[in-house]
Design a protein around this ligand. Structure first.
Ligand code: ZN
Length: 301
């Protein structure tokens, strides 16, 4: 999951103008994305007219949410990055890896830094901070209880309990927004068919738990990639139903879906249609996604 922006590119060789999607942020925990950077193929254009090929000097953010590091490629000073960094300081805290991401203008130095940060990053990132207000409130409450319970052991137990509660509150805004969006999408997936509702129920339950379990990803998608919570929910629905269709578990035999499998296909199709309506993907992208799933369905079972 990464963020892309549309732009009109003018070919430096033949002056042909064509639209292109450029990466503004990239998840480098994904090996394919990391390879895009290391092979100089990130934000690389190929002119549809004269086939001229070149990497474009476009600023973008690389993040590895799981391992807690981020870095900017900033070939020329970009005021939007100043704004984004200010945003991260506010929402994720000044010590978060988002706020502290280095900004590197030289392409070769940028690639070296990416490998260096990856090599020295911990295997599991420290959790992103809660809003300072919430932290203060919770901390104040813990102190209050500690004073009241002078017996040290009791105090410790309570501190532990509220520490856990504090953990639960972490990143809750993005998670809550995404869960709310998921709930309001449910009626769109309503169906009379028993297998269809079975499939929809299973997918919604799975997506609900993914949003909560993969908190860091939820926070990142909403606060950093600035996705609409409803788009995130739809994307997860399409991924979950797509996985179900491609695993062969819902086939009666090779290439042929069971009743429940057909329910998953409806859920998948609906989620893709909704993503087109919201403008998150184009009709061409939706068509390609659906064809890919049809191919996967044919190949398994
Ligand atoms: Zn050209």
């Amino acid at each position: 999951m990464s963020k892309k922006l549309g732009a009109n590119i003018t070919c430096p060789q033949c002056a042909h103008v064509f639209p292109m999607q450029l990466y503004r942020s990239l998840w480098v925990e994904n090996p394919e994305n990391k390879a895009l950077v290391l092979n100089n193929e990130i934000n690389a254009m190929t002119c549809p007219k004269c086939k001229f090929h070149q990497r474009l000097e476009f600023p973008f953010l690389c993040t590895n949410v799981k391992r807690g590091f981020a870095l900017w490629y900033e070939p020329y000073p970009d005021p939007q990055i100043d704004k984004d960094v200010a945003d991260y300081r506010k929402h994720m805290g000044p010590d978060s890896f988002y706020a502290k991401a280095p900004r590197i203008s030289d392409w070769e130095a940028f690639k070296r830094k990416l490998l260096e940060m990856e090599a020295s990053a911990p295997q599991q990132a420290a959790p992103v901070n809660v809003s300072p207000e919430m932290q203060k409130k919770m901390a104040g409450f813990v102190t209050y209880l500690e004073q009241r319970n002078k017996q040290k052991k009791q105090g410790e137990a309570i501190k532990k309990f509220f520490g856990k509660l504090l953990g639960k509150f972490q990143k809750s805004r993005e998670v809550t927004e995404s869960l709310d969006a998921l709930t309001s999408l449910r009626p769109k997936f309503e169906s009379d068919g028993i297998y269809d509702s079975l499939a929809a129920n299973k997918i919604f339950t799975e997506v609900r738990s993914i949003i909560v379990r993969e908190k860091e990803n939820t926070v990142h998608s909403i606060s950093v990639d600035k996705w609409n919570p409803s788009d995130l929910a739809l994307l997860l629905i399409s991924k979950s139903s797509g996985n179900a269709l491609s695993c062969g578990q819902y086939h009666i035999y090779r290439g042929t879906l069971s009743g429940e499998g057909q329910g998953y296909r409806k859920v998948f199709r609906k989620s893709i249609e909704e993503l087109v309506k919201s403008g998150f993907i184009t009709e061409e992208e939706a068509k390609a996604d659906f064809e890919q799933i049809q191919e996967n369905i044919k190949g398994v079972g």
